[in-house]
Design a protein around this ligand. Structure first.
Ligand code: FE2
Ligand code: FE2
Length: 284
């Protein structure tokens, strides 16, 4: 059921619409935090980038929905726009509640086009994979009380739905345009990821001016400041484990993003070099 047929479209759109949860960030059970926890939260360096990214994503996805001709796909994309806007509201609610100031939100209006939605989708695939891993580690090491990390489950589960919707939509869209052959699809996917990586690297440069659209801004930027002593291997393992956990909640008949998890699994099978920290007898 992943063949770009009408049945495929009904499945990925209706599943997305049916699993939308309605909630108001203001009425979530925000826990009371002690001063140390608030300081730790404040020290996380990406809140302003995350807020800007979610705000821009909400605008771009909602306006792109208006350009979609198929009514069912339009309804699903519009709902994703609602969820992205709510992610920004949730972050704002949290920052406000714990008295954390962020830089004033500035930057230009996002570009609204199918190309922008495509780029955003691939960026979300990367961003959510890393974000799952970061929040998995945060839970493991209990950087914050579980009541706070639990609130982010709402966002992470929605991001898992977004990337699942995206990979199915793109497979459907390509099939509709006659791009059914596996090599063509693989080349288009590789290009999509390359464009996303280039864009993420560019927009996270300190001098970057462009509008940021990465999912929830959960990129690895600055995350390691929270996790002293964590190796890349532990981080990748957390990404793989948590990615499996979130995506296992999706309908098994749907396509799921696989590229990053496959690459990470491959990297984890490689031998570890130079991790002991000991000086070898031959060295001077
Ligand atoms: Fe998203
Ligand atoms: Fe988001």
């Amino acid at each position: 059921m992943t063949d770009g047929s009408e049945a495929h479209k009904l499945l990925f759109c209706q599943t997305f619409i049916a699993t939308h949860r309605s909630y108001d960030p203001a009425t979530l059970p925000w826990p009371a935090l002690d001063a140390g926890s608030i300081d730790r939260l404040r020290s996380i360096p990406f809140w302003d980038a995350a807020l800007r990214a979610e705000r821009n994503a909400g605008i771009m996805v909602s306006r792109f929905a208006d350009m979609v001709s198929d009514p069912l796909i339009r309804e699903a994309v519009a709902l994703q726009g609602v969820e992205e806007t709510r992610h920004a509201n949730l972050l704002e609610t949290m920052l406000d509640r714990y008295g954390i100031q962020v830089a004033p939100q500035s930057g230009g209006e996002p570009v609204i086009s199918k190309r922008a939605f495509l780029d955003f989708g691939y960026e979300e695939c990367i961003d959510s994979f890393l974000g799952f891993g970061i929040f998995g580690l945060a839970r493991q090491i209990q950087i914050f009380i579980p009541e706070l990390t639990d609130i982010f489950e709402y966002v992470l589960l929605e991001e898992a739905r977004h990337v699942t919707f995206f990979v199915n939509w793109i497979a459907y869209d390509r099939a509709q345009r006659g791009m059914r052959s596996k090599p063509v699809q693989a080349a288009a996917t590789a290009l999509g990821y390359l464009r996303a990586v280039r864009r993420i690297v560019t927009t996270f440069q300190p001098q970057a001016q462009g509008t940021k659209l990465q999912g929830v801004g959960f990129g690895a930027e600055g995350a390691f400041r929270m996790f002293g002593g964590i190796t890349w291997r532990q981080f990748l393992q957390s990404c793989v484990d948590e990615n499996d956990r979130y995506l296992s909640a999706m309908d098994p008949q749907l396509l799921r993003p696989r590229v990053l998890a496959t690459m990470a699994r491959f990297a984890l099978r490689l031998p570890t070099f130079g991790r002991s920290g000991r000086t070898s007898p031959a060295s001077t």
